[in-house]
Design a protein around this ligand. Structure first.
Ligand SMILES: [Zn+2]
Length: 349
């Protein structure tokens, strides 16, 4: 629902350089957890505190800086990690990296059922194996692929100890004191990402489903059909909820409405799809070659000079768009034998 409103300052009270109160009644805080050396820059760990109970939403990477900032932040808010519940919105390590530190008899670590299933697959290396096979078939040079894959922060900062998960499904209600939190499954960015919605307060924690300063990464997931198609559907779905306050998992809170931002993200993907159609029209190619022909904002560097890690993400994004066009019946994927083995080629139908 579109509402016009003046530029607002979300900060109700700044507690220190890393913590601010952003909502009153119930009290909601944002802990600004730095993601050093990562282009995402930070993770917003949100804390709902009400009537002697609390719910922390997302944690940061499993590394020293994140651990220190998050634990210091909770301490300043008078919350002990032994007695707070945690909601992990999705399996990326910047969101669940520190989950193991909340595994106590009196706590619950909530996570979407589908997301937990994929998280386990990821932990056991199953997603990695399948993805490697696919990316090489897409023409990714093997040496460069392994170089990027080995340094992927998704793996480096993952939990290194198992923890008990309370699985939730779409529409589940969780309580934090008197506050009712509804878990909404919005697959796309990951296979089972969840947003948290406070219906009464019209607050939506959008996780990485909708970010305001950057475009959420949509990539290929082994076993998940058409992730971009799912994502676009769930961009429409999130607009079905009345939201006055949208709190994203990274960077800044914004004055834009959810509707405005969803519109911008959709037009980004439409442009990207058109670029891909234009490339395939000229010549059938695999995802690696197609990605090299697209416009990316890799800090101004041309494709050849872009960091390998960024190319790795770019190929994933390209694959998600190619799967979408396949799903729409616009293109086909062909397996062809080349002098470097069997490769995928995308052709217009
Ligand atoms: Zn993410």
């Amino acid at each position: 629902m579109e509402r016009s409103r003046k530029k607002r300052n979300f900060i109700i009270e700044r507690i220190d350089s890393m913590i601010e109160q952003i909502f009153h009644n119930p009290d909601i805080y944002r802990i600004d957890v730095p993601l050093m050396g990562n282009p995402l820059k930070n993770l917003n760990s949100y804390v709902i505190k009400d009537n002697g109970e609390s719910l922390v939403i997302d944690t940061g990477f499993r590394n020293e800086e994140c651990l220190q900032v998050l634990m210091e932040g909770l301490k300043k808010l008078g919350i002990s990690k032994e007695h707070t519940n945690l909601f992990v919105t999705h399996l990326h390590s910047d969101h669940l990296g520190l989950a193991q530190y909340f595994d106590y008899p009196d706590t619950r670590i909530y996570m979407g059922q589908r997301e937990n299933y994929y998280f386990r697959k990821l932990l056991h290396g199953e997603v990695r194996e399948e993805r490697t096979r696919l990316y090489l078939a897409e023409g990714y040079p093997p040496k460069k692929y392994h170089e990027a894959d080995n340094r992927n922060p998704a793996r480096v900062f993952m939990p290194n100890k198992d923890f008990a998960v309370a699985e939730v499904t779409d529409g589940a209600h969780i309580r934090a004191g008197d506050v009712e939190v509804t878990a909404l499954e919005m697959p796309g960015h990951t296979p089972g990402l969840m947003c948290c919605y406070l219906e009464k307060e019209k607050v939506m924690f959008t996780s990485d489903h909708v970010l305001f300063d950057i475009t959420p990464n949509i990539t290929n997931w082994p076993g998940m059909e058409n992730p971009l198609g799912c994502y676009l559907k769930n961009l429409d779905r999130i607009l079905e909820y009345e939201v006055l306050y949208a709190f994203p998992a990274h960077r800044n809170l914004s004055d834009k409405t959810l509707q405005q931002r969803v519109g911008e993200i959709k037009s980004h993907h439409e442009k990207r799809l058109q670029e891909i159609r234009d490339i395939i029209k000229k010549k059938p190619a695999g995802a690696y070659e197609i990605a090299a022909g697209l416009t990316w904002s890799m800090r101004g560097a041309p494709w050849e000079k872009a960091p390998e890690k960024q190319k790795w993400f770019a190929v994933g994004e390209t694959l998600a768009h190619l799967e979408y066009l396949m799903g729409e019946g616009e293109i086909l994927r062909e397996q062809r034998e080349t002098d470097r083995g069997w490769r995928h080629f995308y052709i217009l139908k």
